[in-house]
Design a protein around this ligand. Structure first.
Ligand code: NAD
Length: 325
């Protein structure tokens, strides 16, 4: 039996990943500041601990760990990482986690490590044209991310790459692009656009109004959680290919278009009021040429299908929250 450890196992992607690894027959230890909020963890062992502490990191990696998935980070949606208000803590918290993790992987002889980097590492100047963003892996340098979060992710990549070069850590790096699905943050200030829009639309009556930050013409692509897990697992299983590689969707949509799609699923017609707020770059979409060439991976779930599943889940949370059930 293979032994896996998931850092960030109380979070959105981490809790789904634990479930996936259990289904595949792994023994799994989860580690996080908190247990998953929307389901019981399926991990065999769950340490509630702070990974900014090197002793917690070392304790979590005791035993012979075949695979570590490093997903723990101080992060959130645009309101959290693009407002600038949390920059110091985002950099401090996540850098500490990654520095201790890389070092402990050597000391504890972890076989293989997945690091969750982000589309936010890409230069801002390549994402000014909403219809034609440039995000192939090679375009990361010269570096010019538009957020402290992006800089820290790039720093994290460099930390693990240095540990690979000098100390033999077997690292795999995926640059995740806007992952969404059920059981993610939806109402705590850390939610991202799909969850935030699903919540707003679920909360208003047919004919009502919601607010969108910016003019809504900024573009993004969104990847459903199941597709993301398939890509992470394919990367980890591959003998030689290590990335960094994009894990995202190439199906670009404007934020207004995303809102309209959610309205269709909700069966509501709702007015959009555009207000000022943090929006991030103008255009962003994954470039999947490399991942397709190396892992033959491409998303299976369309935005239409994935948003339908996500809206149903968030609508149930909103209904339960407002005591209407
Ligand atoms: P999430 O916020 O739901 O999960 C991150 C988890 O890390 C949280 O449960 C949090 O409690 C935990 N954590 C934070 N600080 C910690 C600490 N000091 N000690 C222990 N645990 C700590 O986020 P997610 O969406 O599941 O993202 C997982 C990873 O993927 C993150 O590294 C994130 O930066 C990266 N990523 C996610 C997306 C996305 O669209 N969701 C996109 C790009 C990159």
């Amino acid at each position: 039996m293979k032994y896996a450890v998931v850092f960030g196992a109380g979070g959105f992607i981490g809790s789904h990943l634990v479930r996936r690894l259990k289904k595949e027959g792994y023994w799994v230890r989860g580690v996080d500041l908190k247990r998953p909020e929307y389901s019981l963890t399926e991990a065999d062992d769950f340490i509630v601990g702070d990974l900014r502490s090197s002793s917690v990191v070392r304790q979590a990696l005791q035993g012979s760990v075949d695979e570590l998935y490093q997903l723990a980070a101080d992060m959130g949606g645009a309101g959290y990482i693009f407002s600038g208000e949390n920059d110091a803590k985002v950099m401090h918290n996540s850098a500490l986690i990654n520095l201790h993790t890389a070092q402990a992987c050597v000391e504890c002889e972890v076989e293989k490590v997945f690091y969750s980097s982000s589309a936010c590492i890409y230069p801002e100047h390549n994402q000014r044209d909403s219809m034609n963003p440039k995000l192939n892996e090679d375009s990361a340098y010269p570096a010019a991310p538009d957020s402290a979060y992006g800089w820290e992710k790039l720093f994290g990549e460099r930390v693990y790459q240095a540990y690979t070069k000098n100390l033999g850590v077997h690292i795999k790096i995926g640059r995740l692009h806007n992952i969404y699905g059920p059981q993610g943050a939806w109402n705590n200030g850390k939610e991202k656009a799909p969850a935030a829009l699903c919540r707003k639309i679920a909360e208003v009556e047919d004919g009502g109004e919601i607010e969108i930050w910016g003019d809504g013409l900024q573009t993004r692509s969104f990847l459903f959680i199941d597709d993301c897990l398939d890509a992470i697992r394919a990367l980890m299983k591959h003998e030689a290919f290590c990335g960094p590689v994009n894990i995202g969707s190439e199906q670009m949509v404007t934020i207004n278009g995303l809102a309209n799609l959610i309205m269709q699923h909700a069966g509501k017609s709702i007015k959009i009021r555009h207000v000022s707020g943090p929006t991030g770059v103008r255009g962003r979409s994954s470039d999947n040429a490399l991942i397709y060439a190396c892992l033959s991976w491409q998303p299976k779930i369309s935005l239409h299908e994935g948003i339908g599943i996500t809206y149903q889940w968030i609508n149930r949370q909103v209904t339960a929250d407002s005591g209407l059930q």
